[in-house]
Design a protein around this ligand. Structure first.
Ligand code: GAR
Length: 216
């Protein structure tokens, strides 16, 4: 079967991009990355793409007079590269409803919290301040509201007593690197179907029961 042609949008480090590149390096994985685009010229993720032999480009938002012109360029570049599905991986620009509608149900994002808790920035600091015992990450289809949309995959990560935001971020990031390839695989295999505000997943097992924190 033909592999799903994916474009990844980044703004920085690109560790989630790396997890996707690593997954796609397996010829049996049902998706391939055909383009990586950054809105920031210096994004470290661009080098990761090139090292993996994937076309990497910059669509610098500062080079356009407004958001609409920037997004038209982004959209055109993706289409010219033959992209059929978009993964946002640390892409830190808000997208307008125009762009979101053009890629509706063909664009997913990863966010470092258990949505709908803690949308936006500083998720780990806010989770620690709120005293939650679990946080985590979410891969979801993109809708016009920020960090909103039908949820594909989540991972729950414990918050431990001595965590600062860096320790917690590192633990969540490891989970992100497992979640994003899984989410992309579910989509590319045709096993994830958007049904209203939810995603239905076929032939998938969940964990057996509750996980407690603290355990005793
Ligand atoms: C990741 O933690 C991702 O979840 C987050 O930015 C980081 C990017 O890291 N995204 C958001 O906060 C989006 N709302 P990476 O560049 O190493 O993948």
């Amino acid at each position: 079967m033909a592999r799903l042609k994916v474009g990844v949008l980044i703004s920085g480090r690109g560790s989630n991009l790396q997890a996707l590149l690593d997954a796609c390096a397996d010829p049996a994985f049902p998706a391939e990355i055909v383009a990586v685009l950054s809105n920031r010229p210096g994004a470290a993720g661009l080098e990761r793409a090139r090292a993996a032999g994937v076309a990497a480009g910059v669509v610098d938002h500062r080079a356009y007079p407004n958001r609409a012109a920037f997004e038209e360029a982004l959209d055109r570049t993706l289409r010219d590269a033959g992209v059929g599905f978009v993964c946002l991986a640390g892409f830190m620009r808000l997208l307008t409803p125009w762009f979101v509608e053009r890629w509706r149900d063909r664009m997913i994002n990863i966010h470092p919290s258990l949505l709908p808790a803690f949308p936006g920035l500083d998720t780990h600091r806010r989770a620690i301040e709120a005293g939650v015992r679990f946080t985590g990450c979410t891969v979801h289809f993109v809708r016009a509201e920020m960090d909103d949309g039908p949820i594909l995959v989540q991972a729950a990560v414990p918050v431990l007593p001595r965590d600062d935001e860096h320790a917690l971020a590192a633990r969540v990031l490891e989970a992100e690197h497992r979640c994003y390839p899984l989410a992309l695989r579910l989509v590319a295999e045709g096993r994830a179907r958007v049904a209203g505000v939810r995603v239905e997943i076929s032939d998938a097992a969940g964990p057996a029961g509750a996980v407690l924190n603290p355990e005793a």
